[in-house]
Design a protein around this ligand. Structure first.
Ligand code: HEM
Length: 180
C-alpha cells in the first residue's frame, strides 16, 4: 500500500482524507440546508447541533490535508488536458482549498467572539470571556454566503470529475479512487 502520492496516483493518506471530508461535507450541507429551509423541523433539530462539531472537524482536516498536499507537491498526478483546462482545474482546486479554510475559520472566530466560550468534542477549548464583536462580524457577514459559494464549487468539482471518469475516461477519477 502506497502512503505518499506519486505522479501515477494518490496514496492512501490523500484518498482517505478526500473521501472522509466528502462524507462530512454531505452532512454539513444537509444541516445547513435544513437550517435555511426547514428550521425547527425534527430533522433540523437533530442535525443542526452537529453543524458545529462537523464544521470544526472539517476545519482541522483541511489544514491536515493542505499540509499533506504541500509535502507531496512535486509528486502528485498532473492535471491532464489542454493548457487552459489544466490551469482552470488548478485555479478551481485553489479556490476549493481557500474556501474550505476560510468558511469554518470565520465561524470559529465568531464562536470565540461571542464570549460564551467554545466547547467542542466535550473539551472546553476557549473559556467564557468578554464579547468581541470584531471577531464575530466577518462570519455574520459572510459565513453563510461563502458556505453556499463553496457548495457550488463542490458541485462543479463533482461534475468535472464525473465528466473525466465517464466521458473522457482518462483515469482522473480512478486515481482518487484506487492507485493506478
Ligand atoms: C466547512 C465547514 C462549514 C460549512 C461548509 C458551513 C456551511 C454553512 C452554511 C452554508 C450556512 C448557511 C445556512 C443558512 O443559510 O441558513 C451556515 C450557517 C451557520 N454556520 Fe456553518 N459551515 C461550516 C462550519 C461551521 C462551524 C465550524 C461553525 C461553528 C463553530 C458554524 C456555525 C454556523 C452558524 C452559527 C450558522 C448560522 C448563522 C450564519 O449563517 O452565519 N459553521 N454554515
Amino acid at each position: 500500500m502506497q502512503v505518499r502520492d506519486s505522479r501515477q496516483g494518490y496514496g492512501i493518506v490523500s484518498r482517505t482524507l478526500h473521501w472522509a471530508m466528502a462524507l462530512l461535507f454531505v452532512l454539513q450541507f444537509t444541516s445547513a440546508m435544513l437550517h435555511l429551509l426547514a428550521d425547527e423541523s425534527p430533522a433540523a433539530n437533530m442535525l443542526w447541533p452537529w453543524h458545529f462539531q462537523v464544521g470544526f472537524t472539517l476545519w482541522w482536516l483541511v489544514l491536515l490535508r493542505g499540509t499533506w498536499a504541500l509535502l507531496n507537491f512535486r509528486n502528485r498526478p498532473p492535471h491532464d488536458g489542454p493548457g487552459l483546462l489544466a490551469r482552470a482545474a488548478t485555479a478551481g482546486h485553489l479556490a476549493l482549498y481557500g474556501l474550505m479554510v476560510i468558511v469554518p475559520t470565520l465561524a470559529l472566530l465568531r464562536a470565540v467572539g461571542r464570549g460564551r466560550g467554545v466547547q467542542l468534542y466535550g473539551i472546553q477549548w476557549v473559556g467564557p470571556g468578554a464579547e468581541q464583536p470584531d471577531l464575530a462580524a466577518p462570519a455574520n457577514l459572510a459565513h453563510g454566503t461563502l458556505g453556499w459559494v463553496l457548495l457550488s464549487l463542490i458541485v462543479g468539482h463533482v461534475c468535472f470529475a464525473l465528466w473525466h471518469g465517464f466521458v473522457r475516461r482518462d483515469g482522473t477519477l480512478s486515481r482518487m479512487w484506487r492507485r493506478r
